[in-house]
Write a protein that binds this ligand. Structure first.
Ligand SMILES: Cc1cc2nc3c(=O)[nH]c(=O)nc-3n(C[C@H](O)[C@H](O)[C@H](O)COP(=O)(O)O)c2cc1C
Length: 260
């Protein structure tokens, strides 16, 4: 059984590659976010290559150095966040498909610096899917199982968690079985209703009812009613990404409305 934990306020800044750097996440903590998410970043050789290809075609990506010395300086400068209160949490979202030397450096460097490593099983860019990473891992649950086990071996203090795209899951029961076995600390679910700009609340509810692993709900949270709907079906927190790119202060507005 996974230990329950609290995210308070239950409003989280979700990963936004190329935007959510240390400065941005610090701003989110200062605005009172219950949890912030650095990244996502590529954290193995194959994912670095995929990120380079995505950057070449104009996608905003943050690609840290691979050279050992520069990477360790990058970690020192980019992972340090200051919480405003003891209940705030920090996470880093990483794309990994094989634990290699680059991954090992990442895992050793981040352990203890952030509360959660959120494995990105969500990205659906073609360069990422072509290497079996991101949501591609949902199509190979055995590989996902082994990957989670390999990552866990490197983590002493930082806890492992996962971000998934709910509508891309084929076999939910087998997925949950693996996540429970690997003692994943939370499941962050992009609950998008395929082809629509609304969340699939029933899908979110079905996960909340199927496992004791804490669930963070995501997608199309645009007002306080959207927050309440997700909390009502059992999510421990909800997360937001796109509105916060142009309007970071929106997170403070929602927190104020929830607490008011
Ligand atoms: C520009 C951009 C970059 C994103 N990068 C990541 C990422 O690196 N990792 C990830 O798990 N999700 C990423 N997401 C997905 C968001 O975290 C979120 O799941 C999605 O945008 C739906 O939430 P929203 O409706 O609040 O935007 C990204 C979204 C956008 C718009």
């Amino acid at each position: 059984m996974t230990n329950m934990f609290e995210i308070y306020p239950p409003i989280v800044q979700s990963a936004i590659a190329g935007v959510a750097d240390r400065k941005y996440c610090q701003q989110m903590l200062d605005l009172g976010a219950g949890m912030v998410t650095l990244g996502g970043f590529p954290a193995d050789r194959l994912n670095y290559k995929a990120s380079l290809k995505m950057k070449e075609r104009g996608r905003t990506e943050c690609i840290p150095p691979t050279n050992e010395k520069e990477l360790s300086e990058w970690f020192n400068q980019n992972l340090l966040l200051f919480k405003r209160n003891k209940r705030q949490r920090t996470a880093i979202n990483l794309r990994i498909v094989t634990v290699d030397q680059i991954t090992e450096k990442w895992l050793e460097a981040l352990d203890g610096k952030v509360d959660f490593l959120e494995l990105n099983v969500h990205c659906r860019q073609k360069e990422v899917l072509s290497i079996g990473a991101g949501e591609g891992l949902l199509r190979d649950l055995k590989k996902l199982d082994q990957l989670l086990a390999s990552i866990s071996k490197f983590l002493q203090k930082t806890k492992l968690s996962i971000k998934i795209r709910g509508c891309s899951v084929g076999d939910k029961d087998s997925l949950i079985e693996i996540l429970e076995k690997q003692q994943v600390n939370y499941i962050h679910i992009d609950s998008m209703l395929k082809g629509e700009n609304v969340a699939d609340i029933l899908l979110l509810k079905s996960y909340c009812n199927s496992t004791d692993i804490p669930i963070i709900g995501n997608n199309s949270v645009r007002c306080i009613e959207d927050v309440k709907k997700m909390l009502k079906v059992g999510a421990i927190a909800v997360s937001i990404a796109r509105p916060l790119i142009r309007h970071p202060n929106f997170i403070a507005v929602l927190i104020h409305q929830l607490e008011g």
